[in-house]
Design a protein around this ligand. Structure first.
Ligand SMILES: NC(=O)c1ccc[n+]([C@@H]2O[C@H](COP(=O)([O-])OP(=O)(O)OC[C@H]3O[C@@H](n4cnc5c(N)ncnc54)[C@H](O)[C@@H]3O)[C@@H](O)[C@H]2O)c1
Ligand SMILES: CC(C)[C@H](C(=O)O)[C@@H](O)C(=O)O
Ligand SMILES: [Mg+2]
Length: 351
């Protein structure tokens, strides 16, 4: 079991250290190899996605990523931006299925931005398409036209791309509550008219799943009005990026939202949904739980180690029940800890 570890930038190395400690404590035969990605890779090698990293990520069974990016690299040319490294791995390895579970742990009911009665028991799975859409569409760029600059990107989906993410979403729904909501903007965008048409075609293979459709602006509103109406949501790359950050706050913090990015054979990259959090980097206060929960998803999806995945998830539940909280989920009466102390608590809970 080969795992490529990419700590990345900002809080990346801090949260990754805790996830790696948790993995090592499981006493499984993992080979962990670290590589550079993102801003640190630009500083060391002149590119955000060095050849050595390409080789390691291609060879590994799974990749664990902290986060990349930060203000230090914000003014670089687009090809040199840390985020290009992340997008490069997703595309090179065809990691088209991004699973982002937004689960409210009962102990965090007061940390949610919504009233406890609106979010109690919340358990949503966002299935985000990850290798298409306006993120990758051509042409793109900034050009001069009539004496001024024009920025342009292309929103594009090929039928087969929608079909394959549709199957992933329907199959996920079959394993849960057999309810799928597809989110699009078909009232305005042809790309997402095609999205809706194809999702409806795919639904014929899953007569046991109840399919609904929602326009993305309404979905953003419904997520904060009555989020428990959703079970599995499927959407394109950009809408999924935005809706998953929104959903994270229903669970108390973006520091709680893990993710899995899978190819057709469950090879995957696992990373928290949040970024490198430059505002708190280096302070030892970041919440490592999204990264630790991402490692649990890796055990489940790539390595088929369901029992070990649950062991890690149960340890997270236990530390929350014991009252440990990083700053982002802290409330009066709980025990405020830093990144490392939270890792220590999870390790103790594993034992
Ligand atoms: N997967 C990734 O590598 C990834 C994802 C998103 C953003 N980014 C990059 O990260 C950089 C910063 O982006 P941003 O500020 O828009 O988003 P961000 O997610 O890094 O931070 C947003 C807010 O959430 C807080 N936060 C995030 N993770 C946290 C954690 N684990 N514990 C506690 N608080 C946490 C931050 O302190 C900040 O206030 C940018 O360069 C962006 O491109 C990378
Ligand atoms: C850093 C960025 C490229 C990335 C994305 O937009 O996909 C991030 O926001 C995410 O959610 O993983
Ligand atoms: Mg995002």
């Amino acid at each position: 079991m080969k795992i490529c570890v990419l700590p990345g930038d900002g809080i990346g190395p801090e949260i990754m250290a805790e996830a790696v400690r948790v993995l090592k404590a499981l006493d499984l035969k993992f080979e962990l190899e670290e590589a550079l990605l993102g801003g640190g890779a630009v500083d060391a090698t002149g590119t955000p996605y060095p050849e050595a990293t390409k080789k390691l990520t291609a060879e590994a069974d799974a990749i664990l990523l902290g986060a990349v990016g930060g203000p230090k690299w914000d003014t670089l040319a687009r090809e040199l931006r840390p985020e290009r490294g992340l997008l490069g791995i997703r595309k090179d390895l065809s990691l088209f299925a991004n699973l982002r579970p937004a689960i409210l742990y009962p102990e965090l009911a007061n940390a949610s931005t919504l009233k406890p009665e609106v979010v109690a028991g919340l358990d949503i799975l966002i299935v985000r398409e990850l290798t298409g859409d306006i993120y990758f569409g051509q042409p793109r760029g900034i050009r001069e036209e009539n004496g001024e600059r024009v920025g342009f990107n292309t929103m594009v989906y090929i039928e087969s791309e929608v079909r394959r993410i549709g199957h992933v979403a329907f199959q996920a729904a079959q394993k849960r509550n057999k309810k799928l909501c597809s989110v699009d903007k078909m009232n305005v965008l042809e790309t997402t008219q095609l999205w809706r048409d194809v999702i409806i075609e795919v639904s014929k293979d899953y007569p046991d799943v109840e399919l609904s459709h929602m326009l993305v602006d309404n979905a953003a509103m419904q997520l904060v009005r009555a989020p428990k109406q959703f079970d599995v949501m499927v959407t394109g790359n950009m809408f999924g990026d935005i809706l998953s950050d929104e959903a994270s706050m229903l669970t108390g913090s973006i520091g709680m939202l893990p993710s899995a990015s899978l190819d057709a054979n469950n090879k995957g990259m696992y990373e928290p949904s949040h970024g490198s959090a430059p505002d708190i980097a280096g302070k030892g206060v970041a919440n490592p739980l999204a990264t630790i929960l991402s490692a649990a998803m890796m055990l489940r999806y790539t390595f088929n180690l369901e029992e070990q995945a649950q062991r890690v998830e149960n340890a997270v539940k236990k530390v929350l029940a014991q009252g440990y909280r990083t700053g982002d989920i802290y409330e009066r009466g709980t025990n405020k800890v830093g990144t490392k102390e939270m890792g220590d608590a999870v390790l103790a809970a594993l034992a």
